[in-house]
Structures are given as C-alpha cells and as structure tokens.
Design a protein around this ligand. Structure first.
Ligand code: ATP
Length: 585
C-alpha cells in the first residue's frame, strides 16, 4: 500500500488541524495522514526538534508502519509523488543523522533506512535470533535411528527435496519450509515430526509438539492435515508423535489481559515445547515473529512453514519473504524450498505458477483454456457470474442449518467461497453479502429481516479468549430442536455452539475478503477482481485468492484487471533481508 489519498474537502479527518510547513504540504498532498503528522509533532516537541525535514522523516516513518513497511527509505521515497518539495536526499539524511530525534533514540537511521525505534529493535532482534539459532552447535543426531526412521517415512511417497527438508529439520534447530500449494509442506511436516519424535525416543524422552498458526482456522487445518498424513505411517511412529496441540499463535504465546503486545511466554519464560511448528508464516507480522523467536527455547526445534508468494501480513513486515531471500547463499541457511506440486488440479497449478513468475500472457492463456478447474468470466456485470455458486452454497448451508445438522452446515460452508479484494463499494464484501442474502430470500420466499437468521454463515474476526473462539474460525447459525438459534463454530479443538448474542466480532461470510481468506481453502472459489485501478489489486492478492481453491476457481473481471494485478507487486520497505544477508560474510 503505497498510495496517496485525495482529501475530500477541508473537513477530511485525514487532514491534520494546525499542521504547518512541509508536514502540511505532504498532508494535503495525501502522503501523510493526520495521525502521522500528530505523532511526528509530538515526538519532536518532546525532543525539542525543530528541523521540519526531520519532522517529515519522523512522520514518514510512522506512515511506513501504517502502510505495512517496517521503515522508510529517504533516498527513494520521492518516487511516491515526484512533484512534491522533497528535501534533497543527501542533506536530508545528514540532517536526520545529526538530529535530536536520532540522538535520543526515537528514530534510528541505518544505511538508507529510517525506523521508529520500536521497529528497529524488533527487526534487529528477529535477525539476531534467527542468526544465533543458525550459528548454534548443531543438535546431536543418532544417525542409525535417523536412517531407519527415514526409511520408514519414505513410505509411498517422499520426493528427494521433501526428504532433504525432513532430514534438515533433524540436523538444524530452525527450518523454514516454503512452497506453493500442493507441494507437500504438510506431508513433509508430518514426517519431520516423526523423525524428531523418534530421535527424542532414542534419547529416552517424549517430544512435546505445538502446531500453531496465525488464525484458528489455519491451526485447525494444519492439525487435521498432519494427523491425516500420520495416519498412513507406522503405528509406533504415530504413537511417538501423539496428537500435537494445535492453537493460534496468540494462544501459544499466552494472551495477557494487561498487555496487547506482550505475552506470558517470552525470553524469561520460554515455551515448554520441544518442537514448535508455525504454519501460514506469510501472515505472521514482524512483531509476532519477534515474540515467537524470543519464546522458543534455543534447544527446541522451530519449523516455520509457508508460501512466501502469498499476501504479506496485515501488520508491518514481510518476514517470510525476507527470511527466504536474506538466507540465500548463507552457509547455514535454514530454508528448504519445495517446488514440485502434487495436486491433481493441473490448471489451477498452471495458473498459480504463471502468477508466481508474473507472466500475464500465461495467466490469461490459462484462464481462457477450456477447463473443468479454471474459468474466466469477462464481464461488466458480475452478478450473473457470481449468483450460481454463491446462491447454491448459501442454500446448501441453509438447508442443513434448517434441519439442525450443524456438521453438514459447516461442511457445506467449505464447498464454495466468494472472494473480493475490497470491503466496501461495488466490488466489496459488504455489497455482495447483502446481494447473496437477497438471492436467498427470493429463492426461499423467506425474507431476511434480522441480523441473525437460520443458515447465516459467519467469520470470527478477533480472538475472544473468554469464549474460546479465534480469529479466522468460521461458523453457521443452526436451528436447534427447541426452536432457538445456536452458532456452531469449527474451532481448533472441538465444534462449539454459542448463543448468537455472545459473539461480538463476527462478519457475515457469504462473501469474504481475500485478506481474510488466507489460511483457509474451499472446494470451489469465485474471485471477483476489482477494477484495474484498484489500489488493492496486486499479484500477491490474486495468487492468494486463486490458491484458496481445491478443485475449481472462477475469476470474474476484465483482462485489464488481470494484467494490472500481475504487473503490481506489493512492495514493503524492510531491512531484515539485508540484515540476514549481510551476516553471511
Ligand atoms: N512426494 C509426493 N508424491 C506424491 N504425492 C504427494 C507427495 N507429497 C505430497 N503429496 C500429495 O500432494 C497433496 C498435497 O500435499 P500437502 O497437503 O502436504 O501440500 P501442502 O504444501 O501442505 O499444500 P497446501 O499448502 O495447499 O495445504 C496431498 O494429497 C499429498 O498426499
């Protein structure tokens, strides 16, 4: 998100009252928002800083974090709006380096990058923890046991790159396992757990394992997938691994009511687990990665799993992508990349690959190929293209919910997903949620007057520790035999049912944003692309949407929008890659 905003008149809340000088100019031009200006003004007051170029740098550092970056590069930022009166870069950096804000540690300047102190500390810590783990003496390995366990887990299938990755997890403290959908990440994680549990058993210990992910839905999914994979392996190996605990990262680290950014487990109170698996790492922001790294014991294995091509985290940072690139060529690199896709969905696979490499012609050719898996509806009127699957899915969920069958209702919910880039506007989730409700009402003859109705699909949007429901979990309002409605939520441990009134942070889920769909999949997916000029339309967004589909993806939009998505890559300013890279000597 590097876009500028256009003020909607003098009363636009993004305009800072009382802004002066350069800050006012950059505020009115839509570069800085009111919050950026105010924070910069406040820290400058505290440090008695008056140089407006320094204030501008501080405001841009605040803006950077708001937009997902960790820092700002003062030598290139002018490209954002070249017509504005940017300070001359060399003088600007000199003024900043000599400023009181840098002297007092409010801002940090390193290379060409300027950070708010908190983000500089976080990024430095993440790099240091990863490098310390990579440089530590290798774990001791019982070679005979490893060779024998590798023989067992090869089973029906394990490709050479998967086997190398699995063995690497035994030989190193940290493994970063990357790959696109269907490359066997879960398959490999299950085998890594077998090898590690076996090594522990040889040493006379039992291995305690945590499977964690940023959202509840993703945690449930990885647990189910790992248990599914284990089921095909040697019963003694299954017994040694047991049933790993699955949970959100927040729950793993121990939520604290008194502090939103700190957890119960940290460097002074490490996690008990011998193996910590973090799935869907592309969604993990820098702050959370910092907390995970400080809480994992140095002598515990850390397995970071994800697809670096997906959308980056909502919060600042692009940690997974930075780690992968930062360790390139490093002699002790923990990165193991899986490249071969084993899913039978050839056309979805081709589409994802064309997006991965950024070939717009190949993306369009795959979309236009006659296929049972991929469909491209080029239209100005999306309603017709969206109605069939979205309505069928809503009716299937409703039918099960009316019959009181919550398991069937939840299963039907994963039959189809309508994904939008935006929340608001004609291409947004809000509009299409209402539209699907109208279609359901027309079809059933039962008007929808209330927020809660039988068959309402919902998405949990925050972690609620008191209720035990977590961000990313989905549920359905189901009619009970007593005539009341209960919301059944597919949680990471069990199915839970709650009175609708108890759930606060939820959204209707006939349509869902692509951002929120990360970490979940559906049989069939419809992707509604916004107009080509949309600021959200990026290659990562399109790739993430397409790769949610298990058997069918329908893309609704224009060729122009497809080309715009492929041509736009989300750029985030961070220094992590360089920090890791610089260390390889
Ligand atoms: N070496 C292999 N040979 C044949 N099939 C394989 C191999 N590895 C994995 N598979 C199969 O490919 C499918 C995808 O594997 P898996 O679910 O582990 O991938 P993944 O990378 O975790 O995918 P996703 O991120 O989409 O969940 C599974 O059906 C799995 O059994």
């Amino acid at each position: 998100m590097t876009e500028l905003f256009e003020p909607l008149g003098d009363h636009d809340r993004r305009l800072a009252l009382g802004a002066e000088g350069l800050l006012a100019v950059f505020n009115v031009a839509g570069v800085l928002e009111a919050g950026d200006v105010h924070v910069a003004g406040r820290v400058a007051d505290l440090a008695s800083e008056t140089d407006e170029r320094v204030l501008l740098a501080a405001a841009l550092a605040v803006r950077a974090v708001r937009a997902g970056s960790v820092c700002v590069d003062l030598t290139t930022i002018a490209a954002l709006a070249p017509e504005l009166p940017w300070p001359e870069p060399v003088e600007w950096v000199a003024a900043l380096t000599a400023s009181r804000l840098v002297a007092e540690g409010v801002l940090r300047h390193e290379g060409s990058l300027t950070y708010l102190d908190r983000y500089h500390r976080l990024e430095t810590q993440v790099a240091a923890d990863l490098l310390t783990r990579a440089a530590a003496d290798a774990p001791s390995v019982d070679e005979a046991a490893l060779a024998s366990a590798l023989g067992r887990v090869r089973g029906e299938h394990l490709s050479p790159e998967q086997e190398t990755a699995a063995e690497g997890a035994v030989r190193r403290w940290t493994t970063v396992l990357t790959g696109g959908p269907g490359t066997g990440k879960t398959t490999t994680v299950a085998r890594m757990l077998v090898l590690l549990a076996d090594q522990a058993a040889v040493a006379g210990r039992r291995c305690s394992i945590a499977l964690a992910a940023p959202t509840g839905k993703a945690a449930t999914r990885v647990q189910e997938a790992v248990l599914g994979e284990l089921a095909g392996l040697d019963p003694a190996d299954q017994e040694r691994v047991g049933r790993p605990d699955a949970m959100t990262l927040h729950r793993l680290l121990g939520f604290r009511h008194d502090n939103r950014t700190r957890f119960r487990h940290d460097r002074a109170n490490r996690l008990k687990y011998d193996v910590v698996v973090v799935d869907e790492c592309s969604m993990v922001e820098l702050t959370m990665m910092g907390r995970v790294l400080e809480a994992v014991r140095p002598e515990a294995r850390l397995l970071l799993v994800g697809d670096p091509r997906q959308l980056t985290s909502v919060g600042a940072g692009a940690v997974l992508a930075d780690v992968v690139r930062g360790f390139e060529g490093h002699p002790a690199s923990p990165v193991a990349s899986l490249t071969e896709n084993f899913r039978s969905t050839e056309d979805i696979k081709d589409l994802a690959e064309a997006l991965r490499v950024g070939d717009a012609d190949a993306v369009l050719a795959t979309l236009r190929r006659t296929s049972d898996e991929v469909e491209f509806v080029e239209t100005d009127d999306p309603a017709a293209a969206l109605r069939e699957d979205a309505l069928a899915s809503a009716l299937a969920v409703r039918e099960a919910a009316v019959a009181g069958d919550h398991e069937q209702a939840l299963a039907a919910l994963d039959g189809h997903r309508l994904l939008c880039a935006h929340r608001e506007g004609p291409f947004g989730v809000r509009h299409w949620n209402s539209q699907v409700e109208r279609w359901v009402a027309e079809e059933t003859g039962v008007p929808i007057y209330t927020t809660w109705y039988v068959g309402r699909p919902v998405l949990v949007t925050t972690n609620d520790y008191a209720l035990g429901v977590y961000n990313g979990e989905s549920g359905v309002a189901v009619l009970q035999p007593d005539g009341r409605l209960r919301v059944w939520i597919a949680g990471s441990e069990t199915l839970r049912d709650l009175a609708p009134g108890r759930l606060e942070a939820i959204e209707t889920m006939h349509a869902m944003t692509i951002h929120k769909s990360q970490g979940s999949q559906a049989e069939r997916v419809t992707v509604l692309l916004p107009e080509a000029g949309s600021r959200l339309l990026t290659r990562e967004l399109f790739y993430t949407a397409v790769t949610r589909a298990q058997s069918h993806v329908r893309v609704v939009g224009s060729e122009e929008a497809v080309r715009a998505a492929v041509a736009t890559q989300a750029q985030r300013a961070t220094g992590l890659r360089l920090r890791l890279h610089g260390s390889s000597g």
